[in-house]
Design a protein around this ligand. Structure first.
Ligand SMILES: [Zn+2]
Length: 425
């Protein structure tokens, strides 16, 4: 056994902007002009989570207005305290729930002033360091000096506000439109094709992009964003996939041997609504790989099963991108039988060798939990990996490591198809 939990990785929170994200491969961020999603209450009749917060709240005497009227925005309640501070209550969509207490809002004031904003959490605690933006595109972390952590459920922010809206969010916004735009751009490549593989509870399309230059490919599955707040997982997924569509020999060889199936946004409703964790039925989608009670997980399963059931098709790898407190790969233990054998150990060793100063962490288990990773391994016998990036991992580090991991994946997989390819008429 190797590579189990090495030392902590770099977790440097530095300034980043959408310009950085664009350079990292994304094309667009959130903007004020985005369409506003319909309230979730409209769906409550069929058991959906009813979770409509205040879309806008003006405190006229103070000349201060808060809004949560953009995709991925959410604050449950706005109040003015006797002290003159403003209290924003952050509640999850339903409980029980993991602690990923997401929030996002805009605030402006008639006159330039500094306001105290109390973030108070119900059924969760403060997890995400606030990021601020003047346009919803360029983001930076709020200064440490402007954040006072009173206890785990109460954090006081000092915000400088004026007539121009100040955006405040748990992470920089990588919203549904950001991901859908990214996938549409991928689909413009001559060797890529986009399809709608299903629809969410609230009828949003779930897109898949398939990428190949082979008539007889092996298959690699990449999915992401089952959990709405997990922005760094999306950033990693984008950098990873973007590396696979480049024009160099390695990427061309990979596409001539493999077909990549990318479902970049499994939970579009949850991302649109600024949920902490669940879909609109209040279900953690990454605990539905077994029950398949939700349309989002069924959509992915129904795409992949035929690849397994057909004798002419071979699955090689399943990757599911997420975020947690630090970078880590959740994998099968090396003793577990997989095809291809030893992929995970060799992949993570190669990644470790190529990333001095960065420690590759791995956590291995085999269990019956209905996560996509365990289900994919149980069902297909392939290496199935949850690829987690830290909430606070430097965005440049995410970009670099994800690209290297894509390269090392290609280096390991490409030779596995060559003997098969050479016997194909
Ligand atoms: Zn997750």
């Amino acid at each position: 056994m190797i590579l189990i939990c090495r030392s902590m990785i770099l977790e440097v929170c530095c300034r980043w902007t959408l310009a950085t994200i664009v350079a990292l491969g994304l094309s667009r961020g959130a903007g004020a002009e985005f369409p506003v999603a319909e309230p979730a209450a409209a769906q409550a009749a069929d058991g959906a989570v009813a979770r409509v917060g205040h879309r806008a709240k003006g405190f006229e005497a103070d000349g201060v207005t808060f809004c949560s009227d953009f995709p991925s925005a959410y604050v449950s309640e706005y109040q003015r305290l006797d002290s003159g501070a403003f209290q924003l209550t952050i509640r999850p969509e339903n409980t029980p729930i993991n602690n990923s207490a997401w929030y996002a809002f805009r605030v402006k004031a008639d006159q330039p002033r500094t306001i105290d904003v109390h973030l108070t959490y119900e059924n969760g605690t403060h997890r995400y360091r606030p990021k601020i933006s003047r346009d919803g595109k360029d983001w930076s972390p709020l200064d440490d000096g402007s954040i006072q952590r009173m206890d785990r459920r109460l954090v006081v922010l000092q915000l400088d506000v004026d007539r121009q809206p100040l955006w405040v969010a748990a992470q920089e916004l990588v919203v549904r439109e950001t991901l859908e735009t990214w996938m549409s751009r991928l689909a413009e490549l001559p060797f890529a094709e986009q399809t709608v593989i299903g629809r969410s509870v609230e009828d949003r399309p779930i897109y898949q992009v398939q990428i190949t230059e082979s008539e007889d490919p092996g298959h690699v599955i990449v999915i992401g964003r089952q959990h709405p707040p997990e922005v760094t997982g999306s950033l990693g997924q984008i950098a990873f996939v973007d590396r696979l569509v480049e024009a160099d020999d390695l990427a061309v060889q990979f596409r001539r041997a493999f077909k990549l199936h990318v479902v970049g946004l499994v939970n579009p409703d949850g991302v649109d609504r600024g949920f902490w964790r669940h879909n609109v039925h209040g279900v953690d989608l990454n605990r539905d790989w077994g029950p398949f009670a939700q349309p989002e997980t069924r959509a992915v399963r129904d795409q992949v099963m035929p690849l397994h059931e057909s004798p002419d098709q071979t699955l090689y790898l399943w990757l599911d991108f997420h975020s947690t407190h630090h970078d880590v790969f959740y994998t099968q233990p090396d003793e577990a039988e997989t095809f291809p054998p030893e992929f995970t150990r060799r992949w993570l060793e190669a990644l470790d060798d190529r990333t001095p100063g960065y420690s590759v962490r791995r956590s291995s288990s085999l269990n019956d939990r209905p996560t996509s990773q365990q289900w994919a391994h149980r069902t297909f016998g392939i290496p199935a990996i949850t690829y987690e990036f830290g909430d606070n991992t430097d965005r440049e580090v995410i970009h670099r490591v994800a690209r290297i991991s894509a390269e090392e994946m290609m280096r390991l997989l490409v030779p596995l198809r060559q003997p098969v390819a050479s016997t194909t008429p």
